[in-house]
Design a protein around this ligand. Structure first.
Ligand SMILES: *[C@@H]1O[C@H](CO)[C@@H](O)[C@H](O)[C@H]1NC(C)=O
Ligand SMILES: *[C@@H]1O[C@H](CO)[C@@H](O)[C@H](O)[C@H]1NC(C)=O
Ligand SMILES: *[C@@H]1O[C@H](CO)[C@@H](O)[C@H](O)[C@H]1NC(C)=O
Ligand SMILES: *[C@@H]1O[C@H](CO)[C@@H](O)[C@H](O)[C@H]1NC(C)=O
Ligand SMILES: *[C@@H]1O[C@H](CO)[C@@H](O)[C@H](O)[C@H]1NC(C)=O
Length: 572
């Protein structure tokens, strides 16, 4: 006897055979990512074309279902005034909701196996497939693509990429969002060492930002650490063969830790953690995430692209989709110019953030280190937003400096703090009022042709980003700066708040923005002084936006005052 399910499957098989015939018969094709930037990023050189027999690992992003429903759900799950607040979905619930139709899954699978793709792996949500192909097979499968090997980045990483765009059969348009592993180069960190200010006087002074300085400024006491009696955890992600050494962490805590309980080692490394030298970025993230979110179990996602033809950021997203128990807070210091990424990619990555929000994960991204940014479009200068900072489903962290660099004083804008308005994502409703208020009250706005006032505005919050001490490869390094520093600090503080929420039986914070804007930045120190950098021309003279009272696109709502923030975020 044949069940209805089997009958359905048989009908589908028949349809599939028809579809495959169409794919092979019709030469119609389309370009899924016509707007992806295809120039070689600075610091990378080509080593020439790749041998046709070499193996590649490509990732296929399959079209998902019920995305409207997903966005409605995220809205109610993260709105504290909703009865569904905090009733997060499990990974399996998310899979049930968004997984591709059987037709999509089987169509793509058949197309791939007909092309000789091997070892295809999917994830729990079934909306990605990673497969092995030879270069010859991949270039036949994706007409237009031409794979070269490139070397670059701080660790002289080798990658295989195509600087030519690829086509897909027209019949796949309803089934595939984009193919990963062709175009985007591993992200580079813009972390920098800035010369320290001249020292004058000594009494009560600090010589740069350390955990004790952070904890003093943000009012964290010795008791404000993880209790060890919950399964609370936090994570940071590294993408460019950036390793950390546990011995650096130990030395760092010894030199700068001061009096607070902390963990001596990272609890779990996901991905590849090579034996190479430690990267400053990785050392910084681990050392400050573990000193702000002190005594909380910490994971590191390390260079998750294991193959030369994988995009490490995309592989990190795949890992999130393949693990049902994950840390609650993730901090990421990765960003690209929004205009350099294809809209297919940006939209899909944004959906991935929405899925994380539905699960109650808090994703924090650095706002970038070029202020408002600058580029020229047909001879006219404009600010240049950065992504994922501009996604409406992540919390974006800007940067500040101490007013007096040697004292624990009020904070002012760090001029590098990334901020501005997306040209891709419309303004989410949670921030409309705050942004309107800023646009109305800011005494000197840049010319309106420089930014898109209707876009998602960022950052949402900020923390110190200037003059950090880091220990890397056993060497203490001063004056490390960037929003890569403020992001793990803010992340660690949110983990401490999650700790209290878990201990009192409340759901974790999850996607914070709706709540943050509803509470109008309660529990944060408002940063009201300073402007960030932008285009060096006569029109704006290097100045982007300026901070002021309330929310602004330079420091968001401001920097954490832990006891006050805990009080307001512990309510419902
Ligand atoms: C996802 O996890 C499953 C089960 O652990 C594994 O078989 C699969 O290879 C993973 N997928 C990817 C893309 O790594
Ligand atoms: C926190 O720190 C600020 C300034 O550093 C201080 O004014 C305030 O009284 C402190 N305590 C609380 C509970 O906010
Ligand atoms: C720190 O965490 C450990 C468990 O990892 C726990 O035993 C200890 O009590 C915690 N320290 C404090 C001060 O809460
Ligand atoms: C922590 O425990 C809760 C409840 O048992 C579970 O749902 C969650 O997945 C656990 N989280 C981690 C990171 O293990
Ligand atoms: C401005 O942002 C909106 C989305 O909010 C977008 O649709 C529009 O294309 C953007 N305009 C420009 C000039 O980029």
């Amino acid at each position: 006897m044949i069940s209805d399910h089997q009958k359905g499957k048989m009908r589908l098989q028949v349809r599939l055979l028809g579809l495959l015939a169409v794919i092979t018969a019709c030469k119609c094709s389309y370009s899924p990512e016509p707007d992806q930037r295809l120039t070689l990023p600075p610091g990378w050189v080509s080593l020439g074309r790749v041998d046709p027999e070499e193996e590649l690992s490509l990732t296929f992003a399959l079209k998902q279902q019920n995305l409207e429903r997903l966005s409605e759900l995220v809205q109610v799950l993260s709105d504290p005034s909703s009865p569904q607040y905090g009733k997060y979905l499990t990974l399996e619930d998310v899979a049930e909701l968004v997984q591709p139709s059987l037709l999509t899954f089987l169509t793509v699978q058949k197309w791939l196996s007909a092309a000789g793709a091997r070892n295809c792996h999917s994830v729990t949500t079934r909306d990605f497939l990673t497969c092995s192909l030879s270069v010859r097979q991949a270039e036949l499968l994706l007409p237009g693509a031409e794979f070269h090997r490139f070397v670059g980045g701080p660790a002289e990483t080798h990658v295989v990429r195509s600087l030519h765009s690829y086509q897909l059969p027209q019949a796949l348009a309803p089934h595939v969002d984009f193919v990963g592993g062709l175009h985007r180069f591993p992200p580079t960190s813009s972390l920098r060492q800035r010369p320290g200010p001249q020292v004058a006087g000594t009494v009560g002074m600090h010589l740069g930002v350390t955990p004790s300085v952070i904890r003093q400024r943000y009012n964290l006491t010795e008791q404000d650490v993880g209790s060890g009696s919950t399964n609370n955890s936090q994570a940071c992600a590294q993408f460019l063969e950036q390793y950390f050494h546990n011995s650096d962490l130990v030395e760092f805590m010894h030199l700068f830790g001061g009096k607070f309980a902390h963990q001596e080692s990272v609890a779990r490394v996901v991905g590849k953690q090579g034996r190479g030298r430690a990267g400053i970025e990785a050392s910084l993230d681990v050392e400050y995430l573990m000193s702000a979110g002190a005594n909380i179990s910490t994971w590191v996602y390390s260079s998750p692209g294991r193959h030369e033809a994988q995009e490490p950021f995309l592989q990190w997203l795949l890992l999130l989709n393949n693990q049902s128990a994950l840390p609650y807070v993730h901090t990421v210091s990765y960003g690209d110019d929004e205009d350099s990424l294809s809209s297919a990619y940006i939209q899909r990555v944004n959906t991935e953030f929405m899925k994380a929000a539905a699960r109650g994960l808090t994703l924090l991204f650095a706002s970038g280190d070029s202020g408002a940014g600058c580029w020229s479009v047909s001879g006219r200068h404009k600010f240049r937003p950065s992504f994922p900072a501009s996604s409406p489903y992540v919390t974006t962290v800007g940067g500040t400096s101490f007013r007096n660099p040697f004292l624990v004083t009020n904070e002012i804008v760090d001029y590098i703090s990334g901020g501005g308005f997306s040209n891709v994502f419309p303004q989410p409703s949670y921030q409309e009022e705050a942004v309107a208020q800023f646009l109305k009250s800011s005494p000197k706005l840049p010319p309106s042709s420089y930014f898109n006032a209707s876009g998602r505005a960022y950052p949402d919050v900020a923390a110190l980003s200037d003059g950090y001490w880091v220990v890397s490869n056993s060497v203490p390094i001063p004056w490390v700066s960037g929003t890569s520093a403020s992001t793990p600090v803010f992340g660690g503080i949110l983990s401490l708040i999650n700790e209290h929420r878990i201990l009192s039986g409340r759901p974790v914070l999850g996607f914070l923005n709706p709540r943050l804007y509803q509470q109008r930045g309660a529990g944060l120190f408002d940063v009201t002084h300073g402007c960030h950098e932008s285009c060096l021309n006569e029109e704006v003279e290097g100045q982007g936006f300026c901070s002021g009272a309330g929310w602004d696109p330079v420091t968001g709502w401001g920097t954490p005052n832990f006891p006050a923030l805990l009080k307001t975020l512990l309510k419902p």
